[in-house]
Each structure stands twice: as structure tokens, then as C-alpha cells.
Design a protein around this ligand. Sequence first.
Ligand code: NDP
Ligand code: DGY
Length: 322
Amino acid sequence: MKVFITRRIPQEGMKILTEATGVCEVSQWDSDEPVPRSELLKGVQGAHGLLCLLSDKIDAEVLDAAGPNLKVISTMSVGFDHLALEEIKKRGIRVGYTPDVLTDATAELTVALLLATARRLPEGVEEVKKGGWSSWKPLWLCGYGLSGSTVGVIGLGRIGMAIAQRLLPFGVKRLLYTGRTAKAHGAEVNGEFVPLDELVSESDFIVVSCSLTPETQGLCDKAFFSKMKKTAVFINSSRGAVVNQEDLYEALSRGQIAAAGLDVTTPEPLPTSHPLLTLKNCVVLPHIGSATYSTRGVMSALTAQNLLGGLQGSDMPSELSF
Ligand code: NDP
Ligand code: DGY
């Protein structure tokens, strides 16, 4: 069966696929850069399996180009907002994804981003390099600490929960969370399930860790930021489109909120001329939540196993139900 892989992936996943002799014949966009759309449309033609990344938009056009052979799409990501699920379902195609295996790495990075943003680490590093460090000064480069604070988590799913577990030992006093439903596991972090407005107005730190859906798209907008405390720090490691970036820029530049840390943006990459990058109180990372060597290796292996399961019509270790 023919498989198209849209990028170079870690060798753990490639090894599984190349050893599956007799099951699949692999062709690949052999680059670290995204496959151009025209090459994607060409590459999928007649494919039985597609291994893709979150940067590949898999819509009706791609599915039509693939044709009726396509049985399985395996994405090397836990997020699946890049997949047109309705179109995929219509065609009876199975989907594999990578939950759990990247939870720890992403939670760790989110905590790192929160601390870096709240304690102004990039600004401090920059000052040292450019000679701005003249003396120890009582009011210089002060930020905000977690001890005694209220943290609000938007989306207490796998990653939201892992973030909460890592933040509590810093002395967080209250842990608020919001989502569609209260979670039984919320009790493990003394989480209080509250309406979004209450979370926004009472939190000293807001962490966005929900999935991107039509309901969460643009959730963090002008009204949202206007309800936040002036001293509050906003962190997003879910998807860029959950945030209205123009509204965030206004809130940050007018001092309506203290700071923001973003691991995800719209678009990605964020153009170097983007206004958010001119702000000292905005820390932007290049979507590196799951970027540890071991996590990416495990993600690629799981993606390959999902693909093989789908090709062979057997169990997939992590099949998306939709
Ligand atoms: P989960 O499915 O476990 O969690 C998603 C959470 O989103 C759930 O708690 C869900 O709550 C919540 N949610 C859904 N709709 C809403 C809503 N309308 N309002 C508030 N919360 C909502 O997924 P993961 O924790 O594994 O991953 C979450 C996301 O993180 C991924 O979808 C991906 O976009 C992103 N991600 C980013 C990474 C990075 O590198 N920065 C790495 C990995 C993931 P409920 O059940 O109540 O609906
Ligand atoms: C995902 O898996 O959805 C992340 O954004 C990248 O690991």
C-alpha cells in the first residue's frame, strides 16, 4: 500500500515504517521544511495512508487528490484542528493522533514560559548582553510570583492538568478552571470549576490549554482582556487562533494586562515585523511545546504505528474517535 509522508520525521517512526516490508511503500517530502501545497496534492495521489503534521491542512481538496484508496490519516500531533474531520468522516477514513506522549513535555514548556514571562527573563538576558545592568536596583526588572496566587486554566484536559500539577508546588493558593464540563480529576489539583468570566477576572495567571474548536476560536478577545487584572499574566500553549492577537496587542501595549507568553501564534511562523514582537512584555516562542528529543521520537513512533494499524485494518494505538 502506498503511503505519503509530508516531512522528514524522527528516525524512530521511519524505522517502523521501513521495517514494515510487504505492508507499505513509502514516499516522502524529504525536507525539514513544509511540503508545498502542489507537492502535497501530487504526493497523496493514490495513497492508502497519509502521515502528516499539524502544519499540513488536510481538507476536501487533499482528500479528493488522494482519491478513494485513502484509508488512514495519521498526524504527528495531538491537536487535530488542521484536519477537516467532517470531510474525512464522509469518506470513511480513520485518523490517528498522539495524545499523552507529549503531555509532560508540553506542560513543562508551558511552566517554563509562564516563569520566563512573569519574571521577565528574556528582558533580563537582553539587558545583561547590551550593558544595561548597571547595579542591583530595588525596582529594576521586577515581575510577578506564583506564591499565594490564583491560577486559571482554560481547558483542564491532559495538558491543562499536567500544567496545574506542576504549578501547585510553587505555592499557588487557588486553582480555577473552565471548560465545557467539570472534571472529576479537577479535585486532584483542588481545582474549582468556574464560569469563564470569573476565571478571567480573578486569576493572576491565565493559562490556555484547550483545543481549538469553533467555540474556542477567538475566545481571548478585547472583552476577555478587559476583564483581566492589570497585574495578570496571560499564557497560551494551545493554538494561536484561540487568541485575537490585535486585541492582545492593545491590552499589552496599553498596560491593561501585565504580560503575555505565547508558544503558538497566528500565523506560524509569526512574521518578524509583527507588532507583538515589538513589546517587551510579550514573550513569543516558536511552537516548541513538545520539542524534546525523546518526546518527538515517541510521537513519530506512535504516528507510524497508528498508520500501520489503519493500513492493515487493525487496532491503532491512538485512534481519534469523531
Ligand atoms: P485534551 O483533549 O485532553 O484537552 C482539551 C481541553 O480543551 C479539554 O479539557 C476540554 O474541556 C477543553 N475545551 C474544549 N472546548 C472548550 C471550551 N469551549 N472552553 C474551554 N475549554 C474547552 O487535549 P490535550 O490536553 O492533550 O491538548 C490540548 C491542546 O493543546 C491540543 O488540542 C493542542 O492544540 C495543544 N497542544 C499544543 C502543543 C504545543 O506545542 N504548544 C503541544 C501539544 C498540544 P472539555 O472536556 O470540558 O470540553
Ligand atoms: C500538537 O501535538 O498538537 C502540538 O501542537 C505539537 O506537538
